[in-house]
Design a protein around this ligand. Structure first.
Ligand SMILES: *Cc1c(COP(=O)(O)O)cnc(C)c1O
Length: 357
């Protein structure tokens, strides 16, 4: 991001400016005059870097040795397939459908297992989640899958979910936005391009016992245990994306860690929700309990005003506020890398725009 613009994209998303500055020099020289773009994932220098980045993430999230940290390719969507392939022992899995991403995960899983839909809030246009007491949980489910933050719909589950089955979570847009209790989960994953850098890398955290001897009928590239045995270097690693993620982890540590991130994300989103809620022009339809701290969709109450809003916003240096094509309206994504000044500038723009109507 250059100095005077703010990128509200949901992903690929804003990256801290200081990280981008560091990358620039390493594009020229990372290792003895060789660019980060041309070095081997098996070079000594990169292997050291890979270890360092993993240690940094382990410190940030407080990950103990019972958990494997994997740096894979294929995006979060690839996980939607790997998960049911690896863990279909009883042949049925629970899916909590709270928005576009968990819905897609359930649809992908159907190629490999029977999917038991625990609850599906599409009848509310994904603005609410039904109470846990009403969930249809299958007793012998192989695992329970949910998405902690629905990036498209702006729905976030803020509490831990207490379930008997192994718990699997899509944290693509929330990993590292707040502290989490890793031991609640058996496997969780996040594509890097929301909060952790650029596309091409997916972080997977998995309990070692959980992935052991699973998916033995699969080819190695589809098996978590094989990736783990080869230290995420079963095949060519996404070196550059991994490098960027390592810098982002270090940046988060420098900022004061995940508590700091959480406070800042909570504050940024609160400013925006408070403004939206008292305004006549703007509206956020999500039940307050489930409002996301990082993806904030909103609509305008006057018809045919969206394009003008977006054009003027862009002229003010406020980019990528258009909502997802399946939802419409606007969406402001205020990930870790979005400074509070960006949110203040957005609110001030929204006020001016509203006053002119
Ligand atoms: C972006 C996103 C995905 C998809 O990520 P890809 O890297 O494009 O596969 C999945 N789940 C959530 C919650 C996301 O935000």
């Amino acid at each position: 991001m250059s100095e005077n613009i703010f990128n509200f994209s949901a992903g690929p998303a804003a990256i801290p400016k200081s990280v981008i500055k560091k990358i620039t020099s390493k594009i020229i020289d990372f290792d003895n005059g060789m660019s980060i773009l041309e070095i081997s994932h098996r070079s000594k220098k990169f292997k050291e870097y890979a270890q360092r980045s993993q240690s940094s993430l382990r410190r940030l999230l407080n990950i103990d040795d019972n958990y494997e940290v994997l740096f894979l390719q294929g995006g979060a969507t690839h996980q939607f397939t790997m998960i049911p392939q690896n863990f279909s022992n009883n042949g049925i899995a629970d899916y909590l459908i709270t928005g576009g991403w968990s819905k897609k995960a359930a649809a992908y899983a159907q190629y490999h297992t029977r999917v038991n839909v625990v609850s599906d809030s599409s009848d509310t246009n994904f603005t609410n989640i039904s109470d846990k007491s009403t969930w249809n949980i299958f007793p012998d489910s192989d695992y329970f899958f949910y998405c902690a933050n629905e990036t498209v719909h702006g729905v976030e589950i803020h509490e831990d979910i207490d379930i008997n089955a192994p718990l699997i979570c899509d944290m693509s847009s929330t990993l590292c936005t707040r502290p989490i209790n890793i031991s609640n989960f058996d496997l969780l994953f996040a594509g890097a391009q929301k909060n952790l850098g650029i596309a091409g890398l997916t972080i997977v955290l998995a309990r070692k016992e959980f992935i052991k001897n699973q998916g033995t009928q699969l080819s190695p590239i589809m098996r978590y245990e094989d990736h783990s045995n080869d230290n995420s270097m079963l095949n060519t690693s996404p070196v550059f994306a991994w490098y960027v993620a390592g810098l982002v982890f270090e940046w988060i540590e420098e900022q004061g860690g995940l508590k700091k991130m959480a406070n800042s994300n909570k504050l940024k989103s609160k400013l925006l929700y408070d403004y939206i809620d008292q305004s006549d022009l703007y509206n956020n339809p999500i039940k307050p309990k489930y409002r996301s701290w990082i993806n904030i969709p909103f609509t305008l109450s006057i018809k045919n005003l969206d394009d003008e809003f977006l054009t003027l916003a862009e002229k003010s240096g406020l980019y990528n506020l258009k909502g997802h094509r399946t939802v419409g309206g606007m969406r402001a994504s205020v990930y870790n890398a979005m400074p509070i000044e960006g949110v203040e500038r957005l609110i001030s723009f929204m006020k001016d725009f509203e006053n002119r109507q």
